[in-house]
Ligand binder design. Structure first.
Ligand SMILES: [Zn+2]
Length: 121
C-alpha cells in the first residue's frame, strides 16, 4: 500500500530529488524551472529552502537535513536560476561532527572531521 502514496511524478517528503532537480536547472529560465518543479509539489515552500527570494536570504549553502547540504540558489536579473557561490565545491565543505556522513549536493564530503585541539592540559 505504501507505493500508492508515492506517485512517480511527485516528490515525496524527502525533498532531495527536488533539490537535485533545481541544481540540474542552474542557468535556465526561472519561470519554466519553477512551473516544472511546482507541478510535482503540493506547495512551493520547499523550493524556497534552496532558492532565495531576497538578496539578504542568499546563502552559499543550505542545510537540508541532519547532515546534508545543498548549494544556495537565487534568480538573477535575467530571470535565470544561478548559484549563490559557484566556487563552493564539496572539497571545501568541513564536517561539523565526526559521526555522520555529510553530503553536499548528494556527494560525500571529502574532508574529514578535525578534532578540536585543546590548549589546556
Ligand atoms: Zn554526527
Amino acid at each position: 500500500m505504501l507505493g500508492s502514496m508515492h506517485g512517480k511524478h511527485r516528490f515525496g517528503l524527502d525533498y532531495t530529488p527536488l533539490f537535485r532537480f533545481l541544481l540540474s536547472k542552474v542557468g535556465q529560465d526561472w519561470d519554466s524551472v519553477y512551473s516544472e518543479a511546482v507541478a510535482r509539489l503540493d506547495k512551493d515552500e520547499p523550493i524556497f529552502r534552496l532558492v532565495a527570494l531576497h538578496t539578504e536570504d542568499r546563502k552559499a549553502y543550505v542545510r537540508t537535513g541532519e547532515s546534508s547540504y545543498f548549494s544556495g540558489l537565487y534568480v538573477d536579473d535575467d530571470n535565470l536560476l544561478v548559484l549563490v557561490d559557484p566556487d563552493l565545491t564539496v572539497e571545501k565543505m568541513k564536517p561539523w561532527c565526526p559521526c555522520c556522513t555529510h553530503t553536499f549536493n548528494g556527494m560525500r564530503f571529502t574532508q574529514s572531521y578535525e578534532w578540536p585541539v585543546s590548549s589546556s592540559p
